[in-house]
Design a protein around this ligand. Structure first.
Ligand SMILES: Cc1cc2nc3c(=O)[nH]c(=O)nc-3n(C[C@H](O)[C@H](O)[C@H](O)COP(=O)(O)O)c2cc1C
Length: 343
């Protein structure tokens, strides 16, 4: 019996399988940050293709929180309509729908924004030097996450993922490489986790208690003095009681270094975080073959597996994996005649 094609229940969310589409920016919006036809087609195709949970790309909680001027946004009520269309359509076609709420911090490349970060340190020579956030700005961003969560509840997403990875704002607070503050938001791990803790608390005020909340982290900074998986586990332990149900384990993005990626390169990080926090995890990163995903799940190394580029290459990856592993998935009736009957 395939574990990839077994259902998974967390709070009021039931997934039909353990295939998660990783959040991936489409850089296809305009300056109003509203969803376009491309977004609808792109996500709906993966829903038809049998993905259990889709996590919509990083969606900015403030205009200055965009990575580029082509990101999606959720800071204004006028942005709700387009997002709701995507969420409703994907859910209609059998996927559950998540959204990644993000803030780019010092990695904001959108022109004309005053960029902010825990400390005034640029990501690289090609990036602008950010302004060190005041307490008032910290509160503003926390409020922006809260307001965005309210819109997510109104839209009807199944799960929110808070983007705490890849060297964006929350990650900049968590990592000692980017956070040199001397106030209560810097220094010790407990202090570096404070901003995230306040965000989770604020999001939870708007996001129904019966709905799960997920956190994406970068478990490894790939620099000796930076964070490692054991550090992330400690940081998560400081915030988890605010209501984190699932951790999506990624890595990198804080320092300007490309990790040496190989198939499954982040799975070990997910295992460490699962063991040390006691929270279910999603593992992924260069997972391409169905049997590899199955191994991760059967050996209880993770609870769910995410797929990014594999699903860009083939939106029907889940249907292909079903044929390899189980032949139990419900195919769209329009595609049934394409199904290979192995047994
Ligand atoms: C085009 C593209 C856009 C991405 N955008 C995001 C994003 O919005 N948020 C995020 O957390 N990760 C983003 N990522 C990283 C993916 O979610 C994923 O972690 C990464 O691609 C590794 O998984 P894979 O080897 O299965 O692709 C992006 C990756 C790609 C290829």
């Amino acid at each position: 019996m395939s574990r990839l094609f077994s259902n998974y229940i967390i709070k009021d969310l039931e997934l039909k399988n353990r295939i998660v589409m990783a959040p991936m920016c489409m850089y296809s919006a305009e300056d109003d940050a509203k969803a376009k036809e491309w977004h609808l087609l792109h996500y709906a195709t993966r829903a038809v293709g049998g993905v259990g949970l889709i996590i919509q790309e990083a969606t900015a909680v403030e205009a200055r929180g965009r990575i580029t001027a082509n990101d999606l946004g959720i800071w204004d009520d006028s942005q709700i309509e387009g997002l709701k269309k995507i969420s409703d359509t994907c859910r209609k076609y059998g996927a559950k729908m998540g959204i990644q709420l993000g803030h780019a911090g010092r990695k904001c490349e959108a022109e004309g924004e005053r960029i902010i970060a825990p400390s005034s340190i640029a990501f690289s020579d090609e990036y602008r030097v950010p302004n060190e956030m005041t307490k008032a700005e910290i509160n503003e961003v926390t409020q922006a996450f809260k307001d965005a969560a309210g819109r997510c509840a109104e839209i009807g997403y199944d799960i929110i993922e808070i983007h705490g990875a890849h060297g964006y704002l929350i990650n900049e607070f968590l990592s000692p490489l980017t956070n040199t503050r001397t106030d209560e938001y810097g220094g010790s791990k407990e202090n570096r986790a404070r901003f995230l803790k306040e965000i989770i608390r604020a999001v939870r005020e708007e996001w129904p208690g019966e709905k799960p909340l997920m956190l994406r982290v970068s478990a490894e900074d790939y620099v000796d003095e930076g964070n490692h998986p054991e550090d992330l586990a400690e940081l998560i332990n400081f915030v988890k009681d605010e209501g984190v149900d699932l951790v999506d384990v990624s890595s990198g993005g804080v320092a300007d270094i490309a990790p040496k990626a190989f198939q499954g390169y982040q799975v070990k990080f997910a295992e460490i975080i699962k063991e040390r926090t006691n929270i279910p995890v999603i593992a992924g990163g260069l997972i391409i073959e169905p049997h590899m995903a199955e191994e991760i799940l059967q050996n209880r190394r993770a609870d769910l597996v995410f797929f990014g580029r594999a699903l860009l290459r083939n939106p029907y990856w889940a249907l292909y994996a079903d044929q390899e592993l189980s032949n139990i998935a419900i195919w769209p009736k329009q595609y049934e005649r394409a199904r290979l009957r192995k047994r």
